[in-house]
Design a protein around this ligand. Structure first.
Ligand SMILES: Cc1cc2nc3c(=O)[nH]c(=O)nc-3n(C[C@H](O)[C@H](O)[C@H](O)COP(=O)(O)OP(=O)(O)OC[C@H]3O[C@@H](n4cnc5c(N)ncnc54)[C@H](O)[C@@H]3O)c2cc1C
Length: 392
């Protein structure tokens, strides 16, 4: 390890020594993809509120990152840690890119892979792994986000069919999805349904005017008398534990991903501070700057060590979902703090899209809220520590 101005803060921590060689190659391939395909365009995509998601999905499919930690059906079958490190690299590009991959692999594909029938798996998973079909995951509703148990979307039986009515809100990939995994209340509890795009009564208008995660499609899902055959239901998911287990998969990716955004901020800021001259000296040579950089690097490295630890536990099959809350809360909270502190070092330049910092900072506001808000994860941790649930 060379400690003379390391290329990445994590080199200083020697994180690479915790990663096996195959995984390092995979991580490098994702980083190269982001450098080539995303970095040159992301500021424009963000400013325009656009992401060429269909095109990117096919390329991400070729790269092998869609549903990469799942096995069979064209999925790569990597370790959970490798998936986390891929999320880290993708989110260093943009949280919107990582969201595209997380929702596809950890929410939509995982739901089908874990709870679907063999026919459903055969029909959707190989195309989704290749990026030829895009999925979305509809749990949140306009009046029920943190408390999905209150959901109003209903599925009722009509002869052999199901008929769905309701509205889902804030759904990533909604308007571009070929298939929506929709969770609805039935007489037998919450069940999941696969709703193909174009089904009569199903529309997915895009939510506009977002000031965060602009390079990501976010939509409403409107279900107005949507008639589905009996086989559209996911047979193995009964109750809220189904969708919650999917969220847990995606949260795991965020534990790593948010730190990728923080690393990108920090790297851009160190480079800036080394060249920016203030009062005849580089900004990086001032103690005030170095104290900030040291503290941010420490939080980033500590967060990554926790992420790697959770990765090892997940790969060993011993990870408890409440431990994921520790990582999600810590990574996103520290990443947002790092992005804001980096912004101060960049001065006025920090408010433009010429540097990635303000974009990451704005994106991380969404990441703080989705997949369980920071308060929800604090409550999960509080319950573990005290034995008392403070949700209600
Ligand atoms: C860009 C984006 C993409 C998203 N993508 C998806 C998606 O693909 N699929 C999907 O289903 N959802 C998605 N979501 C929705 C997301 O999961 C919800 O926004 C999130 O669960 C919070 O719900 P809410 O926004 O309704 O906030 P609320 O639940 O209304 O929470 C408001 C505030 O109350 C706090 N709070 C909640 N409960 C408690 C409590 N017991 N005690 C104290 N405080 C509490 C919250 O922490 C928060 O600060 C997305 C959201 C965003 C912003």
């Amino acid at each position: 390890m060379t400690l003379t101005v390391p290329a990445s803060t994590l080199d200083y921590f020697g994180i690479d020594s915790l990663i096996d060689e195959d995984t390092r190659h995979l991580q490098a391939a994702v980083r190269a993809f982001v450098d080539r395909r995303v970095r040159p365009h992301i500021a424009t995509w963000y400013e325009d509120g656009q992401l060429p998601a269909r095109e990117l999905a096919r390329e991400l499919g070729e790269l092998g990152v869609l549903g990469m930690h799942l096995t069979g059906y064209g999925c790569a079958g990597t370790s959970a840690t490798a998936y986390g490190l891929a999320c880290y690299e993708l989110e260093a590009g943009d949280s919107g890119l990582r969201s595209l991959v997380s929702v596809q692999g950890s929410l939509a594909m995982y739901a089908i892979w874990r709870f679907g029938s063999e026919e459903q798996k055969q029909q959707w998973l190989p195309r989704m792994a290749a990026g030829e079909a895009i999925g979305c995951f509809g749990l949140t509703e306009p009046d029920f986000g943190s408390d999905p148990s209150g959901m109003r979307t209903r599925a009722r039986r009509d002869g052999g069919d199901w008929v769905l009515d309701g509205t889902k809100m804030w759904i990533t990939n909604g308007s571009i999805a070929d298939v929506a995994v929709v969770w609805a209340r039935t007489d037998e509890g919450v069940r999941g349904f696969l709703v193909p795009a174009g089904t009569p009564g199903f529309t997915a208008p895009e939510i506009t005017r977002k000031q965060s995660l602009r390079a990501s499609v976010t939509s409403e899902l409107v279900l107005d008398g949507v008639r589905l055959p009996a086989e559209a239901m996911l047979p193995e998911a009964a109750g809220l534990s189904g969708p919650l287990s999917c969220l847990n998969e995606a949260r795991f990716g965020i534990v790593f991903g948010a730190l990728g955004a923080a690393q990108d901020c920090l790297q851009a800021t160190i480079e800036y501070a080394r060249t920016r001259q203030i009062f005849d000296r580089p900004l990086a040579a001032y103690q005030a700057t170095q104290l900030k950089l040291a503290d941010m690097s420490l939080e980033l490295g500590k967060g990554m060590l926790l992420a790697m630890h959770l990765g090892v536990a997940k790969d060993a099959g011993t990870l408890d979902h409440r431990q994921v809350s520790l990582g999600k809360l810590n990574s996103v909270r520290e990443a947002i703090a790092i992005a804001r502190e980096c912004r101060t070092i960049l001065g006025a330049a920090g408010i433009t899209l010429d540097y990635p910092v303000i974009r990451h900072a704005a994106n991380l506001e969404s990441v703080l809220t989705y997949e369980g808000t920071s308060e929800v994860h604090q409550l999960i941790i509080g319950q573990v520590l005290t034995g008392h649930s403070a949700f209600r």
